[in-house]
Design a protein around this ligand. Structure first.
Ligand code: NAD
Length: 490
């Protein structure tokens, strides 16, 4: 019965390959719960092979390419993703079930933009040079040289699969490294498809490799533990980051981590009310709440609290779940039944903790082909203390808690009262307040009167348990390079 399903193969040394053991696992369409493809399960041997091919490629034609030539190749990759964008779109939607309108506007164009932007960063990046005086008066010239680290392990989550993978792969290649990618087991399709693109535009064999599988005792862990993998770049849960860091520490491997969040939105009474509602609806419910940057704690200044909750609930009820290809669909499913059970357990927890459920709070009943998908109602709750687990743990679903506050200091203090520090959204028309609050928030990214507005040249990452390091622009080049100081005595 499964013989006719497509296979997402491994991509090693420039070719799609089955796993050496012949083992596969299922790729499930979360809109229907049906298996739509099989995935080659990488064995330890396969990971070894992928790392060896990546290591060989460093010494081959790839290693000989100049930085401008690498930038040219990155631009060709971007152009080819655009040309094949409908295929990427289909693969991403089959894996995630997200509305096509969202993936067409966000996932696929950003997948291409990541390569374009890091080509540009590479073309314009400079390094430091100092003229240093010496006792003999002749002086010395000191300059920094960026060189590739070697083989980089890239471990990715499922929420924005192509976008988040290429956000790491593009700068790693720009810096001259080779990569072995371990996509999420939930969303393997676009990583395999990108292998085709690499081949088509002439990226040398072994520069980009893909191994499919799971985390512990599987491809993810094999990659982290591989002695020839020089650095790990990872996006995912904070808990997973801690496990990877513990393993990577034995080899003192550099890590760059983009981790979880419990992001606040702060809505002041002086905000543009309609813009704050529209922005908060996006920041809570985009991608069914499965964006690391989503707001799960919304603090609203008391004079507008009731009106804000009513308007937000009206917007949540107006979200349309259904066929990802329908232009009216604005809400996809969760990524899997397992994840739905986790999010439902938080809906139950919120009720047990005494929350008032303003809207939602249950499974979303769907009919026909979608009856067995991982659908869930968008949910708004109020009435909990900041100590409630609902307000402290990352849920990663379409739910937020809305709480009133009375003054700016209180709002900032409560927003910062979390172990996470990824981002925050602030809604105010008071310019001084905007600057003051943005500065006071313990986060890697503070948006004012906006959310998810990005310039890929700027630093991106999380404070506290939300990450290690910053990527974006030249900061990515720094992480993916060995920086050497050369001293020339004149
Ligand atoms: P996850 O941590 O469960 O898995 C991420 C990846 O790590 C997967 O490929 C998985 O197979 C792999 N993995 C798991 N255990 C591993 C181990 N011990 N060793 C090596 N690899 C291992 O995360 P997820 O559920 O895929 O994604 C959701 C999480 O990602 C949320 O916490 C979200 O906030 C976070 N996230 C953060 C950002 C950011 O930029 N900060 C972006 C997107 C998602």
């Amino acid at each position: 019965m499964t013989a006719s399903l497509p296979l997402h193969a491994l991509f090693i040394d420039g070719a799609h390959r089955p796993s050496s053991s012949g083992e596969t696992f299922d790729d499930v369409d979360p809109t229907t719960g049906a298996v739509w493809a099989k995935v080659a399960l990488a064995s330890k041997d396969d990971v070894d092979r992928a790392v060896s091919s990546a290591k060989r490629a460093l010494k081959g034609p790839w290693g000989a390419l100049s930085a401008p030539a690498r930038a040219d190749l990155l631009e060709k990759i971007a152009a080819r993703i655009v040309e094949r964008s409908e295929e990427f779109l289909r693969a991403e939607i089959a894996d995630t079930g997200k509305p096509a309108g969202f993936a067409r506007a966000v996932d696929i164009p950003r997948g291409a933009a990541n390569f374009r932007v890091f080509a540009q960063v590479l073309r314009t990046a400079t390094t430091e040079t100092y003229e240093t005086p010496t006792d003999d008066g002749a002086g010395a010239l000191m300059y920094a040289l960026r060189q590739p680290l070697g083989v980089v392990g890239v471990i990715c989550p499922w929420n924005l699969p192509l976008l988040l993978m290429t956000w790491k792969v593009a700068p790693a290649l720009a810096a001259g490294n080779t990569v072995v990618v371990k996509p999420s087991e939930e969303t393997p399709a676009t990583a395999s498809l990108l292998g085709d693109v690499m081949r088509e535009v002439g990226v040398p064999d072994g520069v980009y490799n893909v191994v499919h599988g799971f985390g512990p005792g599987s491809a993810g862990e094999f990659l982290v533990e591989h002695p020839d993998v020089r650095a790990i770049t990872f996006t995912g849960e904070s808990r997973t980051g801690a496990a990877i860091m513990a393993k990577a520490s034995s080899w003192v491997k550099p890590v760059s981590f983009e981790l979880g969040g419990k992001n606040p939105a702060l809505v002041f009474a002086d905000s543009d009310f309609d813009a704050a509602i529209a922005g908060t609806l996006r920041s809570v419910f985009a991608n069914c709440g499965q964006v690391c940057l989503c707001s799960e704690r919304v603090y609203v200044e008391r004079p507008i609290f009731d009106r804000f909750v009513d308007a937000l609930a009206k917007g949540a009820r107006a979200l349309v779940a259904g066929d990802p290809w329908s232009s009216s669909t604005t809400l996809g499913p969760l990524i899997s039944e397992t994840h739905r059970q986790k999010v439902l357990s938080y809906y139950a927890l919120a009720k047990n903790e005494g929350a008032t459920v303003v809207t939602g709070g249950a499974v979303k009943d769907m009919s026909g082909a979608f009856a067995r998908g991982a659908w869930i109602e968008p949910t708004i709750v109020t009435g909990l203390s900041d100590e409630a687990r609902t307000n402290r743990e990352e849920i990663f679903g379409p739910i937020c808690h809305v709480a009133p506050f009375d003054d700016e200091d209180e709002a900032v203090r409560r927003a910062n009262d979390t172990e996470y520090g990824l981002c925050a959204a602030v809604w105010t028309q008071n310019l001084s307040r905007a600057h003051r609050v943005a500065r006071a928030l313990d986060v890697g990214m503070a948006w004012v009167n906006s959310w998810y507005l990005r310039d890929l040249r700027t630093p991106f990452g999380g404070a506290k348990r939300s990450g290690v390091g910053r990527e974006g622009g030249v900061r990515s080049l720094e992480f993916y390079s060995d920086v050497k100081t050369v001293c020339i005595k004149l």
